[in-house]
Design a protein around this ligand. Structure first.
Ligand code: GLU
Length: 320
């Protein structure tokens, strides 16, 4: 590496440090923070004042702010890792069972599923993620599949301290009537191989993964590095597959708020109702942000603002 490149790299890191500090300071003061998910007690009890952000660059530099080391419920962000795993197992055959179009509907909607004969619009709405969980389950026991998902996330994060919050998983299982309706509808349309309660067990457990922004940013790094771990050079998925997962994050990662997110932020990202967002800046970095209050589409209100500020300040966008 040339000396001038090191200086340029150091300047970017210094700028990032400043930008994250500015974002943290500005958003900590914000009073309008959205509404914390309240469909299960463990999420309803989360302090809405929490705010964390972490950026990991390809050389392994981690720059973080606020509560970036505190674990939270990743919820639908887990759908990115489950999809990656399912593509690794079944390849493009999964696209016979789930589509690749934005739904324009809320995350848990069953309207299109009924109209479109049991083929969910995409793998990031609940119906699609339930099909992916079914694919991962195949002929295994739910416990083995859940273990496989956790181990995969641990391996891409290179961090063993990632686990499922059993309180969240149990609460999801007890209140997941809408997901049960989706699973039964999928089964009725012959798009579920396994018993709905087993598939839901897997799906609700993957949603209950607890991770910090720092761990999530590390876990998403391969998507920003064309499918490779940029630190070890180890390939996790093909370049083409990484591009396609990023394309789905861009078009479907924020449910019926995906268009607005693309317009405001301009990089692929996936949100979860725990208030987290994982964003991918291809060729540069992986970013995770957490602020528990949600906007009207169920996406983190301040998390979106933080990413908007970061991408604008750093001049990051996939749109040129
Ligand atoms: N566990 C949530 C559900 O299935 C996940 C939704 C989300 O994070 O958007 O309802």
């Amino acid at each position: 590496m040339k000396c001038s490149e090191t200086i340029k790299g150091n300047k970017v890191k210094q700028r990032l440090r400043e930008v994250l500090d500015e974002i943290g300071t500005e958003l900590q003061k914000e009073r309008l923070r959205g509404k914390v998910a309240d469909y299960i007690p463990p999420l309803a009890q989360v302090d809405p004042a929490k705010f964390g952000m972490a950026v990991m660059l390809h050389d392994g530099t981690l720059i973080s702010a606020g509560d970036a080391a505190e674990k939270f419920s990743v919820q639908s962000i887990s759908k990115v890792f489950a999809l990656t795993l399912a593509l690794g197992k079944r390849g493009d055959a999964i696209w016979h069972r789930v589509g690749r179009e934005p739904s324009g509907d809320p995350f848990n909607s069953s309207i299109l599923l009924e109209l479109e004969k049991g083929i969910p619009r995409n793998p990031f709405i609940n119906a699609g993620a339930i099909v992916i969980a079914d694919i991962l389950l195949s002929s295994h026991q739910p416990r083995e599949t859940i273990g496989e998902i956790v181990r995969f996330v641990q391996s891409v994060s290179e961090d063993d301290d990632i686990f499922i919050d059993e309180f969240v998983a149990r609460a999801e299982d007890h209140t997941g009537f809408n997901n049960a309706a989706l699973a039964n509808l999928l089964k009725a349309h012959k798009n579920l191989d396994n018993a709905p309660p087993h598939v839901l067990g897997v799906y609700h457990h993957q949603c209950a993964l607890a991770m910090s922004c720092e761990q999530l940013a590390r876990a998403g790094l391969f998507l920003s590095a064309s499918g490779c771990n940029p630190l070890s050079g180890h390939r996790i998925i093909s370049v083409e597959r990484a591009r396609r997962i990023n394309a789905l994050m861009m078009t479907c990662g924020h449910y019926d708020g995906s268009g607005d997110f693309a317009f405001r932020v301009g990089v692929p990202a996936k949100s979860g109702v725990g208030g987290g967002i994982l964003a991918v800046v291809p060729g540069i970095a992986s970013v995770a942000v957490w602020s528990p209050g949600l906007n009207q589409h169920g996406n983190s209100m301040l998390g979106t603002r933080a990413l908007e500020m970061l991408c604008r300040q750093m001049n990051w966008s996939v749109f040129g």
